[in-house]
Write a protein that binds this ligand. Structure first.
Ligand code: M6R
Length: 353
């Protein structure tokens, strides 16, 4: 069943090009850049609230940013926090639950809360016939195929792509065509990363570290969180991810030569330049720097190791960057002899609140 791979997680990481092709199939017009997703027909919300947990929450953060960039009020909430002080809704608010399994209790209960408030709901899920898909008004299937490993990998990539489709469809941006073109090239680029990744070497290099930091700005912020979550989930090592700008507001006190900092930097816009500035601060404290980069900025000058990704659109780059971090987490866990597909204390779908 693992098709020759040692673990389901590695198999599922390698299934990403195929999963992404399936997610896109029939949903984009390559000539016009128009997005046509049946589940979204007739939707024109004035605001969007995402609810999700764990890795799916990181995809929700991406979706909210993409929608805001397109001029739609959008926020991402941790499902378990949604009901405490609910954000105001109007008649045309849309609540989107992102849940791979469609069975996560916290997410189901946030969606139920939304329905109680009379709001339209959409499930973005991998499982046709799941509770979320059945209970919501609409369902957008990410079509990643079954994911067995407890660590979410291919489903995150598919969720980010689906979130980009959602944003392009709800609020067509001037650059919609560029995003669509970038999405079309993405499966091939993911394959390139899989074929050339030096993540195993990096894992070996930093196996004995005390703790790991992940930093990224803008669209790389969710990936910084995701890189840390994956590492702690399957390696049991301490890892923390945060927006690069927050480093100097506290975490920098923990940065030493024993704590590698993974910095996500693509392009050479303002965000990249600022993150390179943060990288210099870290380097000055003798922390090893691993950068995940497309090589456009000069971040490599300050790095002890480089994980390369191809150039693409800023709303698509996080998927490629994240593949490198999935591989780092996998190889660290493997070298430490961890139970990769079934980490201690965790379940594939968390059906209690
Ligand atoms: O099935 P869901 O997407 O609702 O699951 C949400 C989280 O439990 C899940 O993403 C969890 O964080 C993963 N094990 C992370 O790899």
């Amino acid at each position: 069943a693992k098709s020759g791979y040692d673990h389901y997680m590695l198999k599922e990481i390698h299934e990403q090009p195929r999963a992404l092709r399936k997610c896109l199939r029939g949903r984009v017009d390559e000539l016009t850049g128009a997005v046509d997703v049946e589940a979204l027909d007739g939707l024109n919300p004035s605001s969007v609230q995402f609810v999700a947990c764990g890795t799916s929450y990181h995809a929700a953060l991406h979706g909210a940013s993409a929608l805001r960039e397109a001029g739609v009020h959008a926020q991402a909430f941790l499902a378990s926090e949604y009901a405490t002080a609910p954000a105001p809704v109007t008649d045309d608010t849309l609540v989107v639950g992102i849940t791979q399994s469609g069975e996560t209790a916290d997410t189901l209960s946030a969606l139920r809360e939304a329905r109680k408030r009379g709001v339209e709901t959409l499930a973005m899920t991998n499982v046709v016939g799941s509770t979320a898909a059945r209970e919501c008004d609409r369902a957008l299937f990410i079509r990643a195929g079954p994911e067995i490993g407890v660590a979410a990998t291919k489903t995150f990539s598919s969720q980010v792509v689906a979130a980009n489709l959602l944003s392009a469809s709800l609020a067509p941006q001037s650059d919609a065509r560029e995003v669509v073109e970038a999405l079309r090239d993405l499966p091939g680029q993911v394959q390139e990363v899989l074929d050339s990744s030096r993540a195993e070497r990096v894992a070996e290099q930093f196996l004995d570290s005390e703790g790991y930091f992940f930093v990224g700005r803008g669209y790389h912020h969710p990936v910084a969180l995701e890189g840390a979550l994956k590492l702690k989930e399957i390696t049991y090592k301490h890892a923390e991810g945060f927006p690069a700008g927050e480093l100097k507001h506290g975490p920098l006190a923990l940065v030493t030569e024993e704590t590698p900092v993974f910095a996500l930097v693509t392009g050479n816009g303002t965000e990249a330049t600022k993150t390179v500035g943060n990288v210099k601060e870290v380097e000055a404290r003798d922390a090893p720097v691993v950068t995940v980069t497309d090589g456009v900025s000069d971040v490599e000058r300050y790095a002890d190791a480089v994980l390369e990704i191809p150039e693409t659109h800023p709303r698509v780059a996080p998927v490629l960057a994240n593949v490198q971090l999935q591989l780092v987490a996998y190889h660290v866990a493997k070298k430490l002899g961890r139970s990769i597909d079934k980490p201690r204390n965790l379940a594939k779908s968390v059906t209690v609140e």
